[in-house]
Design a binder for this molecule. Structure first.
Ligand code: IMP
Length: 427
């Protein structure tokens, strides 16, 4: 079985969860390698909506083992809450199929408090973070003062670590007008988590290596998207982790030679939540219509997503920085009845995507007008079932991005897809 990385080719929310869920049936392992509970994967299974923020969506597939890798930042309370919620709906979340790297850094109460207080203090200059403490946790990790799962379980110098963290972070919290956190309150919040987390904690690299040697397929499930990557995204309007395919190796402890395929997920249009440049954003009624028809509201924060035209320039860039071998194009059904469509094919006076957010905010898109279609796509299951204009739209995206579209999403349900590639079980 192949080892596959799945990443978002836009700004997140591309519908990765559904594609992972589909592919997970063909793999034995699903691994998250970056981000934390800033992500939100909405899945519709048997008509029931399931939202997961931290635990890989592969957990819904029996026989799949799910791993939270070292690159993920883990909020202990959120993890245990998801475990309980999944158990309540009858999903097996035992430690034999749900594993967390001992090296994963913990999101602690000061990270959440700092994230929110900083955003509040920034006013209009805010990043629009999810407020889950992601950035401050990665700061402590890179600053070599973070607290990992292993440190929590070991416990011997946990109090000293919390005291040191609060000496530093309470000063900033108070400077932002927030109350300081108490060492005892933090320790009391963590205490009930320790024994519940212990069975899940594992040395992940050796497990994944053994899985690879045994030929068990491993699926690496990216969160967020290429343009939220801390290096390759629209900095500083990014998240704090490596969301690109390269991050899968560092964030889980496998080498690049283990990877067989890198699949990029892109929505058939574009959305972004939070601040930052978005060249093809629609500020008119059409943008509102996309939001309404596509239910473009964040799975994590409920915020309305900004909507716009498909930007082939950005997705082509995503092909490059991730080494994408295939694309999955989701939510094609949302474009039905939108009238004539547009695809961004470049920016005036530029060759490709500029590096900084400042430059990207100033670009002027070059659009190609393409025909739309009115037919409802939700019952289409074969390529030939799609209206001709729709097939031409997909073919044009393949031309412009240089990679084949292997899978099309035509509705919210698990089976509402058109498969064009044996990798997804098609012919
Ligand atoms: P943070 O990851 O909470 O620090 O937020 C940084 C930026 O990433 C903000 O613009 C968020 O809206 C965005 N972001 C974080 N996670 C997601 C996601 O899963 N989907 C879409 N945007 C996200």
């Amino acid at each position: 079985m192949a080892n596959i990385i799945i990443v978002g080719a836009q700004w997140g929310d591309e519908g990765k969860g559904k594609v992972v869920d589909l592919l997970a049936g063909r793999c034995r392992w699903v691994v998250r390698f970056q981000g934390g509970n800033n992500a939100g994967h909405t899945l519709v299974v048997d008509g029931q909506k399931v939202v997961l923020h931290l635990i890989p969506s592969g957990i819904l597939q029996p026989g799949v083992r799910c791993v939270i890798g070292n690159g993920v930042v883990l909020d202990p309370g959120v993890f245990l809450h998801e475990v309980d919620a999944l158990a309540a709906r009858g999903t097996n979340v035992g430690p034999e199929r749900l594993l967390v790297s001992t090296e994963a850094h913990l999101i602690l109460p000061w990270h959440r408090a700092l994230d929110r207080a900083r955003e509040r203090s920034k006013g209009d200059a805010r990043i629009g973070t999810t407020g889950r403490g992601i950035g401050p946790c990665y700061e402590d990790k890179a600053g070599r003062r973070g607290i990992r799962l292993a440190d929590l379980l070991d416990g011997s110098d946990l109090r000293a670590r919390v005291v040191a963290a609060l000496e530093r972070h309470n000063a900033e919290l108070q400077s932002l007008g927030e109350p300081p956190l108490s060492v005892d309150a933090v320790l009391a919040e963590l205490a009930p988590c320790v024994e519940r987390l212990r069975p899940y904690a594992r040395a992940v690299p050796a497990l994944l290596w053994a899985a690879h040697r045994a030929g068990e397929g491993i699926l690496f499930e990216g969160a967020q998207g290429t343009f939220l990557d801390v290096d390759h995204g629209t900095y500083p309007f990014v998240t704090s982790s490596s969301t690109v395919a390269g991050g899968a190796c560092a964030g889980s402890g496998v080498g690049p030679t283990v990877i067989d395929e890198v699949i990029g997920i892109a929505k058939a249009y574009a959305t972004r939540v939070g601040s930052g440049p978005f060249p093809t954003e629609l500020h008119d009624a059409l943008g509102e219509r996309l939001r309404a028809v596509g239910h473009e509201f964040g799975a994590t924060t409920g915020r309305a997503r900004r909507c716009g035209w498909f930007d082939a320039t950005m997705v082509r860039h995503a092909v490059m920085v991730n080494g994408l071998t295939r694309l999955a194009l989701t939510k094609l059904d949302v474009l039905s009845g939108m009238g004539p469509l547009r695809i961004c094919t470049g920016y005036y006076g530029l060759d490709g995507v500029p590096g900084g957010a400042d430059q990207l905010a100033r670009v002027e898109p070059i659009y190609e007008d393409v025909a739309g279609w009115d037919a409802d796509l939700s019952a289409c299951r074969r390529w030939e079932d799609l209206p001709e204009a729709c097939r031409a739209y997909v073919a044009r995206i393949e031309d412009l991005t240089g990679v084949p579209v292997a899978l099309l999403g035509v509705g919210p349900g698990r089976d509402a897809v058109i498969v064009r590639d044996p990798l997804f079980g098609g012919t």
